[in-house]
Write a protein that binds this ligand. Structure first.
Ligand code: ADP
Ligand code: ASP
Ligand code: MG
Length: 462
């Protein structure tokens, strides 16, 4: 069995849908399971329209619902030829879009847009798209069935980034999907969306359909999980920003997790977790170039030439520093910092502490900067009053660059080469961190320097 996930661009227009239909046809009979995303741009449109509804911009809302209707109807007109299937699909679109419109009106009337509402709104993208894909497959003679994963994937109520209850989820997936696969029916399951035990819609985080594919693939014991996207596989850097980025034939789970955590958008960082646990290889493949072997992600790592496999970056971050000579030797400062930030739900992306112990600096998402500063100021108010801590300093507009590769272990000079490359471009380094796993070196630089620095570091190694 192979679980195949198709991303937004792979289901983004009629041409792509024809292509993926051929991909499924070629594998038909080999027990395939499909997980798919919303059509490209749809999730962004759904969410930005929610914010427009909150501002009571009725025209924008109407236009957006109309756009969604047209985008999907056009595909149905082109690719679903049987009148009864087409009518059924149109009926489904109409019901969904009516519900969506009512939710937007609710947001406008209540003047309230909670994370819970945002998840409910975002879920429409995958529901529209997957019902459509199943109908297109059926029309092409491939037995398929639309599956709404809100009925299968159970999560907590952490909207926008919900955590999966694997025991319940696994049993649900096996019970619902195994009979379909046995009968040679291709399940077309919604990526990204799930629900709490009370049936309230949640999402697994932006770009979470990759993760859904791994959850489904692992639950069913798939031999492989294939992530179909719009590039030939994982490259040594984001090809949109870096000249000379090279294709990688193979990388390890740990490398893939590390580079995606540090901003390589090609795969969601959580995807590797279910795959590692069940030792299932993941393949990244290109729907625009299906015969290309892509990139294999597995437990093995093969020493390719050079120790560094990837240079990546995350933009729009902030650096928060807790400083003071009085901190030296005071136990528990780091623990208090983390506890205070965890309490307000701020994710710490990187930390760095010099041995003088009078400065601990943390990198947090830019949107959370004020929340982080407030939480730390509150936590350390007494210490600031007592001059043990000077204060909490904020530096906005920074980015992290990460240099990733398992081959870096025990190889001297990687950090030196990284810093020299940045220095040659006149980029000043604000902070540096390297985990003892020696899988990555991370640098904090000013946002304005990040592209130049990534290119220079990439050129130095690859
Ligand atoms: P999908 O909609 O299929 O999930 P995404 O846009 O989420 O596609 O991911 C694919 C994109 O990831 C590519 O178009 C590419 O621009 C970007 N990307 C970023 N870093 C890398 C990398 N190291 N290798 C390949 N692609 C990358
Ligand atoms: N459609 C969702 C998003 O845009 C999930 C995904 O594409 O993986 O974030
Ligand atoms: Mg993606």
């Amino acid at each position: 069995m192979i679980t195949m996930k198709f991303g937004g661009t792979s289901v983004g227009d009629a041409g792509r849908l024809r292509e993926i239909t051929e991909i499924i046809r070629a594998g038909y009979g080999k027990r395939l399971v499909v997980v798919a995303s919303a059509m490209s741009g749809v999730t962004d449109l759904l969410l930005s329209t929610a914010r427009a509804a909150l501002r009571n911009e009725a025209v924008k809302v109407r236009e957006a619902v109309e756009t969604l209707s047209q985008k999907h109807s056009q595909i149905a007109m082109e690719l679903v030829s049987r009148p009864e299937s087409r009518d059924r699909l149109f009926g489904y679109y109409a019901r969904l879009l009516k519900d969506l419109d009512i939710i937007y009106q609710g947001v406008a009337l209540l003047e309230e847009l909670s994370p819970r509402s945002l998840d409910a709104i975002a879920s429409f993208g995958e529901r529209l798209s997957c019902a459509q894909i199943a109908a297109v497959f059926e029309d092409a003679g491939i037995a398929a069935e639309y599956v709404d994963t809100r009925e299968l994937i159970r999560t907590d109520a952490n909207y926008g980034q919900a955590a999966v209850d694997f025991a319940v989820t696994r049993a649900n997936i096996q019970k619902a999907l195994t009979p379909l696969v046995e009968k040679n029916i291709v399940p077309v399951a919604t990526g990204f969306i799930a629900a709490t035990k009370d049936g309230i819609t949640t999402t697994l985080g932006r770009s979470g359909s990759d993760y859904t594919a791994a959850i489904v693939g692992a639950a069913l014991g798939s031999e492989e999980i294939w992530i179909w996207t719009d590039v030939d596989g994982i490259m040594t850097a984001d090809p949109r920003y870096v000249r000379g980025a090279r294709h990688l034939e193979e990388i390890s789970y740990r490398e893939a997790a590390e580079m995606s955590y540090f901003g390589a958008k090609v795969i969601h960082p959580k995807t590797m977790l279910p795959a590692i646990e069940n030792n299932i290889p993941i393949r990244i493949k290109n729907t625009f170039n299906p015969s290309h072997p892509g990139t294999l992600i597995s437990g093995k790592t093969r020493g390719v030439s050079g120790a560094v496999k990837n240079v990546t970056s995350i933009d729009d971050l902030a650096l928060v520093a807790v400083e003071g000579h009085g901190m030296m030797g005071v136990p528990g400062v780091a623990a208090r910092i983390f506890t205070a930030l965890a309490r307000v739900g701020v994710n710490v992306m990187m930390i760095s502490q010099a041995s003088s112990e009078h400065n601990v600096c943390l990198v947090v998402p830019g949107k959370d900067r004020q929340c982080a500063v407030d939480a730390l100021q509150k936590e350390f108010a007494a210490d600031i009053g007592g001059k043990i801590i000077d204060g909490v300093r904020l530096r906005e507009g920074v980015a992290i660059i990460a240099v990733v590769g398992e081959g870096m272990q025990g190889v001297p000079g990687i950090a030196g080469k990284t810093l020299t490359a940045a220095a040659r471009e006149n980029v000043s380094i604000i902070a540096v961190a390297q985990g003892s796993s020696e899988l990555n070196i991370s640098l904090v630089v000013d946002q304005g320097d990040v592209r130049r620095a990534v290119q220079a570091i990439h050129d130095a190694f690859i």
